[in-house]
Design a protein around this ligand. Structure first.
Ligand code: MF3
Ligand code: CO
Length: 252
């Protein structure tokens, strides 16, 4: 069932989201060659707790870390580890915060040092996919409008759209109805209503979107070893248009 949130609830989720966004802003300088993905995880967890929040991914369906840190061909749910990031890598850092019961969820993709032109294009196109999806998150539009806008743009650039993981409703739990695929047909699917809070989080690949699952049962990676980028915002659908609750531009 899709739950609609009150303006007060959206305000609280935005507080949570702004804490999350401020940590992503801090990660821009923290992530460089030689840093391990476990160090990223610890940095994020410390900042969440310092601000009185709870790293909401710990314990979620048995997940053990504050963050998912997915490198290069890892699509999502990469485990933080002693892997040292090196020049040319890209790393997606995805985490959720519970601040006074309000949940937010946002993933951002970071280049480690200089990266190849192809991977820079992948990152740029993926971010553009996110914003094209957000543009469709309007009262009266349908879920399919979001996916269609993303798919059309990604495929026009020759990239793949991951099918196995999708956006979702959010708050009070991390994953709620509705499902928000990053592919689809314009004009199809549930109608978007004022007060819906959802994530849009396209995972875009240089080659095939098909995945394999690691033995850990969590980490998905591309079947062909191509790189995957991802950006995610938590969004509220309002009469005034989509509100980016995890917007990094509005962090003060
Ligand atoms: N933050 C992820 C998302 O965007 C949730 C990961 S589930 C977890 O939906 F178990 F890994 F936390
Ligand atoms: Co999400």
């Amino acid at each position: 069932m899709v739950t609609l949130k009150s303006p007060r609830e959206i305000e609280m989720m935005t507080e949570s989201g702004q804490l999350l966004a401020s940590i992503h802003v801090a990660l821009r300088d923290f992530i460089k060659p030689g840093v391990t993905t476990m160090e990223i995880d610890q940095f994020v967890e410390e900042k969440i707790r310092e601000a009185g929040g709870i790293p909401a991914q710990i314990g979620y369906e048995g997940y053990e870390y504050a963050t998912c840190t997915s490198v290069n061909d890892e699509i999502c749910h990469g485990f933080p580890s002693d892997y040292e990031l090196k020049q040319g890598d890209i790393v997606k850092v995805d985490f959720c915060i519970d601040l006074d019961g309000a949940i937010s969820d946002s993933c951002w993709c970071y280049a480690v040092g200089e990266i190849s032109e192809e991977h820079q294009t992948l990152m740029d196109v993926t971010k553009e996919c996110l914003y094209r999806g957000i543009e469709q998150a309007q009262v009266g539009n349908r879920i399919g409008d979001i996916g269609a806008a993303i798919q059309e743009y990604a495929e026009s650039k020759g990239f793949g759209v991951v099918r196995d993981f999708i956006g979702h409703g959010i708050g009070p739990s991390i994953h709620e109805a509705p499902q928000v695929p990053h592919y689809g047909i314009a004009g199809k699917g549930k109608r978007l209503k004022e007060g819906m809070t959802i994530t849009i989080e396209p995972m875009i690949t240089t080659g095939t979107w098909q995945m394999t699952m690691d033995d850990n049962g969590w980490t998905a990676r591309t079947r062909d070893g191509g790189y995957c980028a991802q950006y995610e915002h938590s969004i509220a659908i309002t009469a005034d248009g989509p509100v980016l609750m995890t917007d990094q531009e509005t962090v003060h």
